[in-house]
Ligand binder design. Structure first.
Ligand SMILES: [Zn+2]
Length: 441
């Protein structure tokens, strides 16, 4: 009963904080249902039945997955105590390529986009997350500094990549690699770079690489309403983010990556990793954003202060996680299609099982343009406006410029879809070059 009251209280606060119904809609869609589902809690049943009655995995139309599902389920059961997977290291050893494409001079999003296209390339044989993270750990000198065992590092990254579900249209290891890439760019922003410690950088990169670990391809409301064991385990609060964090900790412990560090230090790393990953819970967007805004208004962010620096790292990771609308159109559009495909897939499952269709998940009543315009307006734009105020660089201004152009492009597609007119006016935005550092909004 206390849980219900607490949940309702949190929900009231959340609703009170929301500055419009539209925002609420996007927040709800993107993760937050803190009220107890009508089905109610059941005892955790992870041990006897790891997945919910509605097994959304089997509904993905990938024949090759059918045989692997039981194995995946069993592995999840032992996500905190897995010790017998060494053979995966042998079959998944990444090929470390010299990543010449990295945006060392972070000269703009266009270049970031090019890098991402390379990340997706067959060159990496699906190992972009492993290769990129390994490269960045080396690039920042973190392996030497923290005296990390290279075999353990590789094994950890192989397991991380494997624990992403690559049949998810959006929340897969390429998204994790993309976020890690973006995080690298933000860590190199001059204001941050000059203050960050090696530990901050290590945590920032690890958090980016693991921030969606074992994402099931559906959102929190889905897990709550289907009475998934994870929703019960984390009491309907930051369910996915808690699971991503705990899964990452499971892999850290399994691979003993930090076992040579004093226990207190490794526990502290785990806690900070959690704090970063939990910040990506989009339902807490307003909480983080208003705190950030207040700091910027009062000009009292002191990056020499550990907690302030950690807070900015949280904001950087939040930006990295949702920066796709700030990319050049061709790339941004692809990500938009992928994420909407995942939403609509969830909606299809909900329809199939006679569940209420979650907001923005109904392909019959929503379009990609609808979803994107709302997301950009109520979630991305406010965050990146503050980030640009903080970092005040050409990169952040360029990102805002792309955001503005992309939103205009989605808007231009709206009347075309609805009224079938003004087709001539809908110019493919790819032909519109955005000058670096421009801000057109
Ligand atoms: Zn993410």
């Amino acid at each position: 009963m206390v849980t219900v009251i607490e949940s309702l209280y949190l929900t009231c606060i959340l609703i009170f904080c929301l500055y419009s119904d539209q925002t609420a809609l996007y927040i709800r869609m993107l993760g937050d249902v803190r009220v107890r589902s009508q089905v109610g809690f059941e005892p955790e049943r992870r041990g006897s039945h790891p997945y919910l009655g509605v097994d959304f995995r089997t509904l993905h139309s990938h024949a090759e997955l059918v045989g692997s599902i039981p194995a995946r389920r069993i592995r999840r059961l032992f996500s905190f105590q897995r010790h017998l997977l060494t053979s995966r290291l042998l079959r998944g050893t990444p090929h470390l390529s010299p990543l010449h494409f990295l945006d060392e001079d972070y000269c703009g999003q266009a270049k970031v986009a090019e890098q991402f296209l390379v990340l997706c390339s067959p060159l990496f044989s699906g190992n972009s997350l492993i290769s990129l993270t390994l490269y960045l750990l080396t690039h920042y000198g973190l392996i030497e500094l923290f005296q990390l065992d290279m075999v353990k590092v590789r094994r950890f990254l192989v397991l991380v990549q494997e624990d992403y579900h690559n049949h998810n249209p959006y929340h897969n290891s390429v998204h994790a690699a993309d976020v890690t890439q973006a995080m690298h760019c933000y860590l190199k922003e001059p204001k941050l770079a000059k203050s960050l410690t090696s530990c901050d950088v290590l945590l920032g990169l690890l958090a980016a690489a693991t921030h969606d670990l074992d994402h099931p391809g559906v959102n929190q409301p889905f897990l709550v309403k289907t009475n998934h064991y994870l929703a019960a385990l984390y009491r309907n609060t930051s369910v996915l983010e808690n699971h991503h964090w705990r899964s990452a900790v499971g892999l850290l412990r399994e691979t003993e990556l930090f076992s040579h560090l004093p226990t207190e230090d490794s526990l502290n790393m785990e806690r900070q990793l959690g704090s970063l990953i939990l910040a990506t819970d989009i339902s807490r967007q307003n909480e983080y954003l208003s705190k950030f805004r207040t700091h910027l208004d009062q000009e009292d962010l002191c990056l020499g202060n550990t907690s302030h620096r950690h807070f900015v790292l949280q904001m950087a990771l939040k930006c990295a996680d949702i920066c796709n609308p700030c990319r050049p159109w061709e790339l941004s559009k692809q990500w938009s299609e992928k994420v909407t495909e995942e939403f609509f897939h969830q909606g299809d499952i909900e329809k199939k099982h006679k569940l209420e269709v979650s907001p923005l998940c109904d392909s019959e009543t929503n379009s990609i343009a609808d979803v994107q315009i709302g997301f950009m307006t109520y979630v991305v734009e406010p965050l990146f406006a503050e980030w640009a105020r903080f970092s005040d660089t050409r990169l952040s201004q360029t990102m805002l410029g792309h955001l503005c152009l992309n939103k205009a492009s989605w808007n231009a597609m709206q009347p075309e879809e609805a009224e079938g007119e003004q087709a001539a006016a809908t110019e493919e935005p790819s032909s519109r070059a955005l000058p670096q550092g421009s801000q057109e909004c």
